[in-house]
Design a protein around this ligand. Structure first.
Ligand code: KG4
Ligand code: ZN
Length: 355
């Protein structure tokens, strides 16, 4: 039997049983991650090797260095994920991998590794969109959560308000008109001379600042649930430059707090509005920016006011990891959405929206 036949047979058997242990691989940016997840919800292992320290030396992710570090780390990280799950490769039921979006060289490392493992063990190969992975982190963290729900996804490269209509089916409600929220946080942090990655450090600094210190614009794009962050960023940059040029003190904590307040206002207000106006039964948040402490507080308070539950993964599942890819991969596998060995990295992959 050739690979395609073996993988198809295995996929069919797993679908009929409705159970699968999935080895998942994620290398889209600067974390080399592998995990084993059972039935989309139960994490048997979750290993993340971060390259953050290396990239911090350069003030941001250097794609070529990221690719090389993924090449070095991916085999040991996969081996550890299997070992911690107490499984060997033939004992898992499928391989899931992030195929995009992300840095092409980085993605290719994970995709190549996943294809090699799938081929070697005759296992089905499941392609996962990175943003869908972020959304599915909620299925791991919250046993009670089932679609439909409204979800705010905010990461380094994406900001969307969407409706998870069913497993693997999403309707776009709103999105950023320019920068992603994480990108805005990182740029603001850089202006304040905080080291990379700036988002979490700015969040921490903001806790001790006055959010009313600096009046910042609250842009209102045309779309009801859309955001825009580039004007906010420019206002901040101009303010800090003016202060520096005139030799005045830059009160970094106040500026961080004002900026965080403005970004979180936009994100939380649109997500809550969308949840209210679509009659959502639950609100969820996902992506690296969902680690933001003010955003978490605002979403939780807003959802409580609206009388709906609010689901946000713990911080370790908000930022990039492979467990979330294993969860998304399970639902894709159950829908029969597999890849063959021609799977390639797609750096600009878009999530398919339903109408
Ligand atoms: O989802 P993620 O780990 O990677 C991408 O898919 O992009 O998101 C990373 C982004 C970075 O921009 C980072 O600064 C931001 O999430 N981030 C935060 C916080 N933690 C991570 N932004 C604001 N507050 C945080 N606590
Ligand atoms: Zn991510």
């Amino acid at each position: 039997m050739n690979y395609a036949q073996r993988a198809a047979e295995k996929a069919e058997a797993v679908r009929r049983a409705g159970h699968a242990r999935i080895l998942a691989i994620e290398t889209s940016c600067d974390e080399t991650a592998a995990a084993v997840v059972e039935d989309g919800r139960r994490v048997l292992s979750n290993v993340v090797a971060s390259q953050m320290e290396t990239h911090a030396l350069y003030g941001g992710v250097v794609p070529e260095i990221a690719s090389r570090q993924h090449v070095e780390a991916v085999d040991p990280v996969v081996a550890r994920a299997l070992e911690e799950a107490n499984l060997t490769l033939p004992e898992v039921d499928a391989i899931a991998v992030t195929y995009g979006p992300g840095l092409v060289g980085a993605l290719l490392v994970g995709v190549s590794c996943a294809k090699a493992l799938a081929f070697a063990a005759g296992l089905p190969l499941v392609p996962v969109h990175h943003i869908e992975g972020h959304i599915c982190a909620n299925y791991i963290a919250h046993a009670a959560l089932e679609p439909p729900f409204v979800c705010l996804v905010a990461s380094g490269g994406h900001s969307h308000v969407l409706q998870a209509v069913a497993y693997g089916e999403y309707r776009l409600l709103g999105q950023t008109m320019d920068d992603a929220a994480g990108e805005a946080f990182d740029k603001a942090a850089r202006v304040l001379n905080l080291p990379y990655p700036g988002g979490p450090l700015l969040d921490k600094l903001a806790e001790s600042g006055n959010p009313d210190a600096l009046p910042l614009p609250r842009p209102r794009p045309e779309g009801r649930y859309d955001f825009s962050f580039s004007g906010l960023k420019t206002a901040l940059v101009n303010h800090v430059h003016t202060l520096r040029q005139s030799g005045r003190e830059v009160a970094a904590a106040d500026i961080a707090a004002s900026f965080r307040r403005a970004v979180v206002d936009s994100l939380a207000s649109r997500a809550l509005l969308a949840a209210r106006e679509t009659g959502a039964r639950a609100l969820a948040a996902a992506g690296g920016v969902a680690a933001n402490s003010l955003l978490r507080r605002e979403l939780e308070a807003g959802a409580a006011r609206a009388g709906i539950p609010c689901y946000i993964p713990p911080v370790s599942l908000c930022t990039d990891n492979a467990a979330m890819i294993g969860s998304a991969g399970f639902y894709r596998l159950m829908r029969g959405e597999l890849a063959d060995l021609t799977l390639n990295a797609v750096p600009g992959a878009r999530l398919a929206w339903s109408d």
